[in-house]
Design a protein around this ligand. Structure first.
Ligand SMILES: [Zn+2]
Length: 123
């Protein structure tokens, strides 16, 4: 039987998909890490990524805020859907089936904005 040495733990294991994940880019079409190592690697990688994302968010707080503001101003569909699901029992799936709801909500927001920014509006 063909065997393969895991480059991570150094164990010699049968070169089958039972022990190694499939990877088309690799020799024998198998990943260079054994399944056990791959699992550990993935878990570590995910945790590191989570930390990275958290750090990135911290460092880019202002950028993200601007970004959100921009989308809020543009009244993107997902933003409207979010609003609609917040103040009703509708789910985003329901709303997607009735695009008219999104349109109506958009118009409502635009009207409110117009009203709020109108100079004649008594605050
Ligand atoms: Zn291994």
């Amino acid at each position: 039987m063909k065997t393969k040495v895991c480059t991570k733990c150094g164990k010699e294991l049968p070169a089958t998909k039972e022990y190694f994940n499939a990877n088309k880019n690799r020799k024998y079409g198998l990943s260079s890490y054994c399944k056990v190592c791959k699992k550990i690697y993935n878990k570590k990688h995910r945790e590191e990524n989570k930390e990275k994302i958290k750090k990135w968010r911290e460092e880019n707080k202002e950028v993200i805020k601007e970004y959100k503001k921009k989308y809020t101003n543009e009244l993107r569909d997902w933003y409207i859907i979010d609003l609609l699901t917040q103040d009703s029992t509708l789910t985003s799936e329901d709303i997607k089936q009735y695009p008219k709801l999104i349109e109506l909500k958009k118009q409502e927001i635009l009207l409110k904005r117009e009203f709020n920014t109108s100079p004649n509006h008594d605050k």
